[in-house]
Design a binder for this molecule. Structure first.
Ligand SMILES: Cc1ncc(COP(=O)(O)O)c(C=O)c1O
Length: 417
């Protein structure tokens, strides 16, 4: 052992209020669940937990889809699993892009050989659903991949009309609901969404590393038409069934095999991340204990208080307000203010983290997340107080003392239930 290694102490992390659009603070109940002893991945005590997770996912996704289960990996693992399992080389994929995470769909689709078609709209806005529908009619894609809540710009794309059109035009609609799931309405069945991907580290207040997905029979049909069980565990029957099929190109993200682990067959694939399953189980219990409607209302209330405080301070909100995400608030950095300097004063003096943005918005906006466990009155008041003080420290001119009063007015009118 080197001297340096010998001097290392037990891990100790500074206390933080994480008010970014993810990751967010993990609920203490989730942390407690994660400290449970590990179970074997085929132990009936564990498979019962898996079944309960599936059941709770169906309720949270507001779906009857049998296939509602998590992918082990971060949210992009969920995105990649769905795209890898649907796209065969040469398949047409339409991606309406209104921020960074639309580009991520393009990136993944390209790598699996999709013929990509994109439409774009300015960052800070979303698409008129009719524009997406016209593009679908023109391109006739196998898959439309659309982000529900675009965290890079804080906008939320309406999905219902697009979902209906996809059903009528026999196109599969794949939705990234990573940043809305558990914090805003995601009506999988009512909006005709074929596959939806979410994430743990945002409104569920679970650590990053687990990505719940759901998909319907239309998606399952494509997946099963590509099914190939891994060599080392395939039966003769599996081998015969797979003969002549073009298998899914990824092994890790092969939903046809993952389905077999999440079914009564319990076919071995990778070693399940059991502690993350415990975390998700508790995260979902928290959502359903609170109730979806009540939870969404809580997110809207804290969003309203935050926005009132930001504006009362004299700062301007970024983006079209008619399509604002309730879970992410974007604030324009005032002229002459260094965005990163303010963020570091906020972190170093108050232990509060907010985010910058990407691409053309880098240095131009701050993004504040009000998600899950972090979506609370005390956190909103703390971030407003800290932001005001940090701005003053960095030489910005703000209306002093107004922000907290404006936010408290919002809470007084509608006390937190
Ligand atoms: C809307 C959206 N989609 C996808 C992702 C990718 O998630 P991950 O970083 O967990 O892979 C993020 C992450 O911030 C996101 O905000």
């Amino acid at each position: 052992m080197t001297e340096h290694v010998a001097s290392l102490r037990e891990l100790s992390v500074p206390p933080r209020a994480i008010m970014t659009p993810g990751p967010v603070e993990v609920d203490p109940r989730v942390l407690r669940a994660m400290s449970m002893p590990i179970l074997g991945q085929f132990d009936p005590a564990f498979t019962q937990i898996m079944n309960e997770v599936m059941e709770m996912l169906r309720e949270t996704f507001q779906t009857k889809n049998h296939w509602s289960y998590p992918i082990d990996g971060t949210s992009r693992a969920g995105l990649e699993a769905v795209i890898a399992s649907l796209i065969e080389p040469g398949d047409k994929m339409l991606v309406p892009i209104y921020g960074r995470f639309g580009d991520l769909f393009v990136e993944i689709g390209e790598r699996y050989g999709a013929e990509i078609h994109t439409i774009t709209c300015p960052w800070g806005t979303v698409f008129d659903p009719e524009d997406i529908i016209s593009a679908i009619k023109k391109v006739r894609p196998k898959v439309v991949a659309l982000v529900h809540g675009e965290t890079s710009t804080g906008r939320m794309q309406p999905l219902a009309e697009v979902g209906l059109a996809c059903r009528e035009l026999d196109t599969l609609l794949v939705v990234d609901a990573v940043a809305t799931f558990g914090g805003a309405d995601v009506r999988v069945d009512e909006w005709c969404l074929d596959a939806v991907i979410s994430g743990g580290q945002k409104c569920l207040s679970v650590p990053s590393g687990i990505a719940p997905i759901t998909y319907n029979k239309r998606v399952e049909k494509v997946i099963l038409s590509r099914k190939k069980v891994e060599r080392g565990i395939a039966t003769e029957e599996d081998r015969q069934a797979a003969a002549g099929r073009l298998p899914i190109r990824s092994n890790y993200f092969d939903l046809s095999q993952l389905q077999d682990y999440w079914s009564e067959r319990r076919l071995n694939h990778h070693t399940e991340a059991t502690s993350m399953e415990y975390a998700l189980h508790e995260g979902l219990r928290l959502v359903l204990d609170e109730g979806l409607e009540k939870r969404f209302a809580r997110h809207r209330l804290n969003e309203a208080a935050l926005m009132a405080g930001i504006e009362a301070m004299g700062l301007e909100l970024f983006g079209d307000p008619s399509c604002k995400m309730p879970t992410v608030t974007c604030v324009l950095v005032p002229e002459g203010v260094n965005a990163d300097e303010v963020r570091s004063v906020l972190l170093n003096q108050f232990g509060i983290e907010i985010a910058g943005s990407f691409g053309s918005l880098q240095g131009k906006i701050w993004r504040i997340g009000t998600m899950g466990y972090g979506c609370r009155k005390d956190k909103v008041l703390a971030v407003l107080a800290g932001l005001e003080a940090s701005l003053i420290r960095c030489g910005a001119s703000v209306r002093r003392g107004e922000a907290l009063q404006a936010a408290m007015d919002v809470y007084d009118k509608q006390p937190v239930g």
